[in-house]
Design a protein around this ligand. Structure first.
Ligand code: AMO
Length: 433
């Protein structure tokens, strides 16, 4: 039985499994707090003297030992934890914890990551995060399925790099090289060429970026969507904003109160449509506010993204903004270009409270144009031959996006670092545990 179910069993004998949180072994009484993922309950045992085997068992407990307790649920107004406690009849140690724990409330972040299983087990916030992630993903998946998407699982081992080639992990593969997928990009487009009209994938993404920021990981979970027969990038943005709104509404409904309690954050379901702003307009807006650092001409740096999001929020009250029409020079070769302004792509980034959570675009689906755009970027067609072949035999127009799951959780729960938003973080300096 879960601790949170105990109030329904007042006066009855129950069995609870959990971990020893604290021990208060007094002269007459022994108090033990036992925690499971749903809450904490106090065991209260009156010492019975030398023949009392239960007293001896309780005396030998260590914090964080895994125990199974059978006892009677009694009401006690003096107890802070819901006004009830358990009078134990039997306590069984199923997994004894060593007496000295490697972390406590004062342990720094890196050492907490070394002992992540203890860190997650002991903090209700961390437990809640994974419940929220599960609900959010379920919301995305339910929306995608209702919209006719097929869920795909594309290879993560590739014979050539999947995006730019610069940030790729290379590994030995039976006497030659293989690469870890930097994105399902090529394969989700290939699925479109395969006649699977709308595809959805949640899977690992690998980036060999030597980035030590609070928002970069070398391995993360990507949520990817690709839609066939799109009339333009607007269709892709419409899909994404509806998908996010659906998933956030589910999170608000299931976890809104707990998120407020544990993270101090209010989950608001965003209004549709999200504001859209072309990159050139975004930069004008920022310049008008007196922000124009050298080097941020074509792109927005993280500070620019934060400022822009703050301005948009001031003006529209919206936490999200699609920044569109990025210059072709800073976008991948497979982004479609604007017919009116060929220097601009039909692409977007989605910012949430100033953090980039998505990149998306209408794709270039015409083989000869794609070849030309690749050549402009200095990319040789040979390593991408299998990808490019998908555009030679009747590929429909299409577009899609990639969403970083951990980035969404960071913003949703107000976390300072991506390290807190994943179970086991991977970065340039961290490959363990
Ligand atoms: P992009 O490279 O922008 O686009 O990645 C998509 C989204 O993934 C997240 N993200 C990251 N999260 C954690 N650590 C990282 N190092 C990291 N890098 C990116 C961000 C980002 O917006 N193929 C395109 C998507 C597409 O056009 O469909 C792509 O991968 O939230």
């Amino acid at each position: 039985m879960l601790v949170r179910e105990l109030p329904e069993h007042l006066g009855r004998a129950v069995t609870v499994c959990g971990w020893v949180q604290t021990l208060r072994l007094q002269r007459r009484m022994q108090f033990v707090l036992v925690r499971d993922h749903s809450g904490t309950v106090q065991l209260a045992h009156r010492r019975g003297g030398q023949q009392d085997l239960l007293e001896q068992e309780l005396e030998r407990l260590t914090p964080e030992s895994a125990v199974r307790v059978t006892g009677r649920v009694v009401a006690d107004d003096a107890v802070r934890l819901g006004g009830l406690e358990l009078v134990p009849e039997a306590v069984e140690v199923l997994g004894r914890a060593e007496p000295r724990l490697p972390i406590d409330a004062h342990t720094g972040p890196e050492q907490r990551l070394d002992w992540r299983f203890l860190d997650v087990r002991r903090r209700p916030q961390a437990q809640l995060l994974f419940a929220v992630q599960t609900t959010f993903e379920a919301g995305l998946r339910a929306f995608a399925q209702a919209e006719g998407c097929t869920e795909m699982h594309t290879p993560k081992l590739m014979g050539s790099a999947s995006e730019s080639g610069a940030e790729v992990f290379e590994l030995g593969y039976f006497g030659r090289s293989a690469y870890l997928a930097q994105s399902p990009q090529f394969y989700k487009q290939m699925a479109i060429a395969a006649g699977i009209d709308r595809v959805f994938e949640v899977g690992p993404v690998f980036r060999a970026e030597p980035s030590y920021t609070a928002r970069h990981a070398t391995e993360f979970t990507g949520v990817d969507v690709e839609l066939a027969w799109t009339a333009g990038v607007e269709d892709v943005m419409d899909f994404e904003e509806r998908m996010l709104t659906h998933a956030l509404a589910l999170v608000a409904e299931r976890h809104g109160a707990e998120i407020r309690e544990h993270f101090g954050v209010e989950v608001t379901v965003p209004q549709l449509p999200f504001p859209r702003l072309a990159m050139a307009e975004a930069q004008q807006l920022l310049r008008a506010e007196g922000w124009d650092p050298e080097g941020a001409k074509a792109d927005l740096d993280p500070e620019g993204e934060r400022r822009l999001a703050a301005l948009v929020q001031q003006r529209t009250g919206h936490e999200f903004v699609f920044v569109t029409h990025y210059p072709a020079a800073i976008r991948p070769f497979y982004h479609a270009r604007s017919a009116q302004q060929p220097g601009l792509t039909l692409s977007f980034d989605l910012l949430w409270k100033g953090l980039e959570i998505t990149t998306g675009a209408q794709r270039e689906h015409r083989h000869e144009v794609l070849l030309r755009q690749a050549a402009e970027k200095g990319l040789s067609p040979e390593p991408m031959r299998h990808y490019l072949d998908a555009f030679r035999f009747g590929c429909p127009p299409h577009g899609g996006f990639g969403l970083g799951l951990a980035r969404v959780l960071m913003v949703l729960l107000g976390l300072e670092s991506i390290r807190e938003a994943v179970f086991l973080f991977r970065g340039p300096n961290r490959l363990t545990p």
